[in-house]
Design a protein around this ligand. Structure first.
Ligand code: 2AM
Length: 169
């Protein structure tokens, strides 16, 4: 099975991300991400045996990170994989903290992750053509209060487990 850790937008943000997807689609075509699949990956683990799920869950349990507000404020396009996405002008510290705690715990459990640097993004279009100009978007923000371990299959994504983030008193 193919798995990854992610955070998921709330309903109002999903609507705004779909609007952003429409604007991008007008600029570069491609295949839109279905609403129920719109997410932001924290760490991509890739192919694992089902028996390895336990160690992934244990690693996630050890992550002690704070809840935060995420803000997506720009759209972009990568020509190497023909993906159009929503992301951040400046990556917010709490997001980076969550990702680095998760990466550290996965590493401590001998889970190999992609060596490429982490670039947070929400994929909105695949197989898209390079747009002449990339539309601007108003800020899209939501409260991130949990993260999930999610399995990917040709029929879609399935959340296998979730962990809450700390809410400061
Ligand atoms: P993508 O949308 O940019 O392809 C499930 O495949 C999720 O994991 C998607 O968010 C996908 O990002 C991401 N993903 C797939 N392969 C990855 C990799 N090698 N490194 C980081 N993220 C990856």
């Amino acid at each position: 099975m193919r798995v990854f850790f992610a955070v998921w937008p709330d309903e109002p943000s999903l609507i705004r991300l779909e609007e952003a997807g429409s604007r991008l689609f007008a600029a570069c075509g491609g295949k839109r991400t279905r609403r129920e699949s719109i997410h932001l990956t924290l760490a991509f683990v890739g192919e694992i045996e089902e028996g390895e799920l336990g160690k992934l869950k244990e690693a996630a349990c050890r992550v002690s990170a704070s809840a935060f507000e995420i803000v997506l404020d720009k759209l972009g396009y990568w020509k190497h994989n023909k993906i159009a996405w929503a992301g951040c002008m400046q990556v917010q510290r709490p997001l980076l903290e969550l990702v680095s705690l998760l990466e550290a715990e996965l590493k401590a459990s001998n889970v190999a992750l992609d060596a490429r640097p982490y670039v947070p993004h929400v994929t909105l279009l695949r197989k898209a053509e390079r747009p002449e100009t990339i539309p601007d978007i108003p800020d899209i923000s939501w409260a991130v209060s949990e993260f999930t371990l999610t399995a990917s299959s040709p029929s879609g994504y399935q959340n296998l487990a979730s962990w809450p983030l700390k809410v400061d008193a």
